[in-house]
Design a protein around this ligand. Sequence first.
Ligand SMILES: Nc1nc2c(ncn2[C@@H]2O[C@H](COP(=O)(O)OP(=O)(O)OP(=O)(O)O)[C@@H](O)[C@H]2O)c(=O)[nH]1
Ligand SMILES: [Mg+2]
Length: 238
Amino acid sequence: LFKLALIGGAGVGKSTLAFTFGKHLEKQGLRIAIANMDPACRHITYKPSLDIRDWWTVDKIMKQRKLGPHGALGKVYELVLKEGELLDEVKGIEKENDVLLLDTAGSLEMFLLENGSEFLRRFSDAVLFMVDNTSVESKADFLVLKAINTIQKVKYALPTLTVVNKCDLIKESKLPPRSKAPSHLELAGSRVVSEHLEPLLAELSKGEKLVFTSATLRRGYEELFDAINEIRCECGEA
Ligand SMILES: Nc1nc2c(ncn2[C@@H]2O[C@H](COP(=O)(O)OP(=O)(O)OP(=O)(O)O)[C@@H](O)[C@H]2O)c(=O)[nH]1
Ligand SMILES: [Mg+2]
């Protein structure tokens, strides 16, 4: 079983992609399971093989522990790690499936700086970090996204791929030519940025690529499938 965690900001299309990319993988002959790991969600389009809400919901934890929504979400992930039952469930579906897509909730902050990275290491073999069209509006955005991908790899100790979803909403004119690396940062004119930060970001983003998808129109899925196979090799899978 190859376990792929979908992480990323609110509303970027994680759940939609889990459903439609799951269908795409099924067409390739793979047996797919999807786990809903969002304890706050109200409705899901797919039929989850595993649903975190059967154990914990954000609403319940908010009431029980007198927490706000963000605190409760962090608490749920903490409980997932502490109590281990969910991980046993994942092991239970191992035999009947080839790929498990984990549809998560939580900010990049939670995965990058808080206990979320432990969750990713325990539950997944690789990470798809999803953003949407609003994250690629300048050349600097491309550089920053690629550098963040490298930083995530270091933190999670897992292969990580960045997916730009909602590509149907991107105006072609905004995309820099794929082959050409962005040559400058537009965010600040200071010498420190141009002399030190830009070369550092360029170094960090070297070799990283972004995959563009539309989860609603099911576009870019061949490229995504190929890119996932490439990162699977990184984590020693066949
Ligand atoms: N135009 C466009 N809309 C999309 C795409 N993917 C998802 N959406 C829409 O974006 C909205 C949010 O999609 P979800 O799949 O719920 O996003 P999510 O990341 O799971 O959201 P949260 O779980 O709330 O963080 C829905 O209205 C989707 O129909 C896409 O590729 N293009
Ligand atoms: Mg969702």
